[in-house]
Design a protein around this ligand. Structure first.
Ligand SMILES: CC(C)(COP(=O)(O)OP(=O)(O)OC[C@H]1O[C@@H](n2cnc3c(N)ncnc32)[C@H](O)[C@@H]1OP(=O)(O)O)[C@@H](O)C(=O)NCCC(=O)NCCS
Length: 299
């Protein structure tokens, strides 16, 4: 598939040759600042490729501008794809390449008759939250504390490695609408201004907790996050840590009480303001019947 954007022309295609796959490490190092011991070893790259994992690249000529890696796994006992890595080099961001790599993964998954994809992301990263919930239409009912351990060599893993485990029901109406750029969230956006967030971004950039019992009694909960946690981490790691602990508390309490994460809206109080997660009370599988359900939970 040839991507005819103004310039450069980027080609989304499978990573096929040894030369293709051997470029992945350099992108990992650039995007996450990984040390050698945290980069995927070539032997694993080659073995996963040979065993049926999906390795997709975005190419600027011969140069790998970004990639996506997904391996087969089980979700509630059913075959799915777990997307372990998605990365776009800084110079190529915000041009829909990440989106096109996800579309490529989806196309290949559906050709294999796999309808669900999972992945994880740091819920404090507002860009990823927007990308995952608003652009792609994921949902989540699982929060993982220190998923990769307390830290790794990644520059994105300094403030612990908590993750939301997200599920992408690739043939669902919701996902198809999001992929067509249709935003069906006006009802939620309207109610946001009337909700008292469980965690609120206050005037001086600190997280403020509100009453848990009152929040849990409602049908809908909001959790706010800063618009740019990377800058907070650079300027004030203690404050970034406060955000981690506050949001960890809010997500785990709400999910434990039977809520799931339905949406993320990136601005609630103007451009410089925080972003907001919206959690709904109820069973995720009822909200989205296309999701795998079953007695076996591989996690
Ligand atoms: C996540 C990543 C792959 C996205 O790649 P990309 O090519 O920039 O993605 P896209 O251009 O398709 O989409 C980016 C979206 O984020 C939006 N965005 C950019 N900066 C943002 C910010 N600070 N806050 C909120 N949204 C932001 C863009 O506007 C765009 O959304 P829009 O099309 O609705 O306007 C890339 O940022 C990356 O490699 N990040 C580091 C590694 C990582 O986090 N991997 C993913 C883990 S889930």
């Amino acid at each position: 598939m040839l991507e005819a954007k103004s310039k450069p022309v980027i080609l989304i295609r499978d990573l096929d040759s040894f030369e293709d796959l051997s470029q992945v490490g350099a992108v990992e190092k650039e995007v996450w600042g990984l040390a050698d011991h945290d980069v995927i070893p070539m032997t694993i790259t080659i073995a996963t490729k040979a065993a049926g994992s999906i390795w997709l690249g975005a190419f600027d000529g011969a140069k790998l501008a970004g990639f996506a890696f997904a391996f087969p796994g089980l979700e509630h006992g059913q075959l799915m794809l777990h997307s372990h890595m998605l990365a776009v080099r800084d110079a190529y961001r915000d041009s829909d390449l990440g989106f096109k790599l996800k579309l490529g993964q989806r196309e290949r998954a559906l050709a294999l008759r796999i309808q669900e994809m999972t992945w994880t992301f740091d819920p404090l990263q507002s860009k990823n939250a927007h990308f995952n919930f608003a652009k792609l239409g994921v949902v989540s009912d699982t929060y993982k504390i220190d998923f990769y351990g307390p830290e790794t060599s990644s520059v994105l893993h300094r403030n612990s490695t908590d993750r939301l485990w997200v599920r992408w029901a690739m043939t669902s109406r919701r996902v198809q609408q999001r992929l067509q750029g249709k935003d069906q969230r006006s009802e939620i956006m309207d109610t946001l201004s009337r909700l008292t967030p469980l965690i609120r971004f206050n005037g001086d950039g600190k997280p403020v907790k509100t009453d848990l019992e009152t929040a849990l009694g409602r049908q809908r909960i909001a959790i706010e996050i800063p618009s740019d946690i990377a800058t907070v981490e650079q300027k004030d790691l203690a404050l970034a840590r406060e955000w981690r602990l506050a949001t960890r508390w809010a997500f785990t309490e709400a999910l434990k009480a039977g809520f799931f994460v339905a949406e993320f809206c990136r601005t609630v109080r103007g451009q410089q303001g925080p972003g907001t997660y919206v959690l709904e009370k109820g069973a995720l599988e009822e909200y989205m019947p296309e999701l795998a359900r079953g007695a076996i939970d591989a996690r």
